[in-house]
Design a protein around this ligand. Sequence first.
Ligand code: NCD
Length: 310
Amino acid sequence: MAADKLSTRHLLGIKDINRNDIELIFETADNFKDVINRPIKRVPSLRDITIANIFFENSTRTKLSFELAEKRLSADVVNFAASSSSVSKGETLIDTVNNILAMKVDMVVMRHPYAGAGVFLSKHINAQIVNAGDGAHEHPTQALLDAFSIRQKLGDVAGKKVVIVGDILHSRVAISNILCLQKLGAEVMVCGPTTLIPKFMSSLGVKIEHDLRKALNWCDVANMLRIQLERQDIKYFPSLREYAMMYGLNKQILDSLDKEIIVMHPGPINRGVEITSDVADSKQSIILEQVENGVAVRMAVLYLLASQRD
Ligand code: NCD
């Protein structure tokens, strides 16, 4: 049994939490999974809490998932999208958020294109902050739901071999996943073209492999990442077609492996690039389970953070 309190007031990154925190989040999420599978899916746990979801970057899954999690916990929810706000009129991040807080918001779930935006905010405002993705830095709830999904499928994360394939250089999902999986005792490998694997990877203690087939033969789980074209200022590979030939996961490769591996993807999927449709929709894929688990894991995070407000 994990201790009953998180070691942190905010969830800014996996870097700042420990194994006990992760296990506590998982145990709490197990309970919330039962709740969301009941006919009455709502519990009153966050009835007095107001949460603002402020998204300065596009999102479908993460935004919906947080909003559903908040509503299932009976929180009051306000949503803010930067594209339709006064940010486009030149307002600063702190001014925007202070205005939201003046309306008595207790927690802020924020996605922002700049690394460190959540940390910055947590130093300037009183509300609790949950990082829903900051640039190419961290995406802690994605990593938690990914590890939770591995635990659900394989019984445990410790000792499992996970390869993260694709655009590691621009991916906050990769960094948060590496830290989370390592804290839980998994072995992690990254696989992709040299240009998309940052040099600091070797200092994180992960294996590096450039041959997809070798990586897949090594692993129990393959987490396929999208090429983050919106963050690429130069060309890192000749063409998407060539990338797909070298690093795309298709049914032929999957079926030729010695063992049945599990296939994951944080979404959004670019079908035919990093993963073909027959793999994404195959029984080895747990992509939709990841989405389902996302709600329970986010409920657990919000509930545990709220329970330690001053
Ligand atoms: C990821 C993100 O936004 O970092 N998606 C998500 O949150 N489900 C990955 C991506 O955009 O490729």
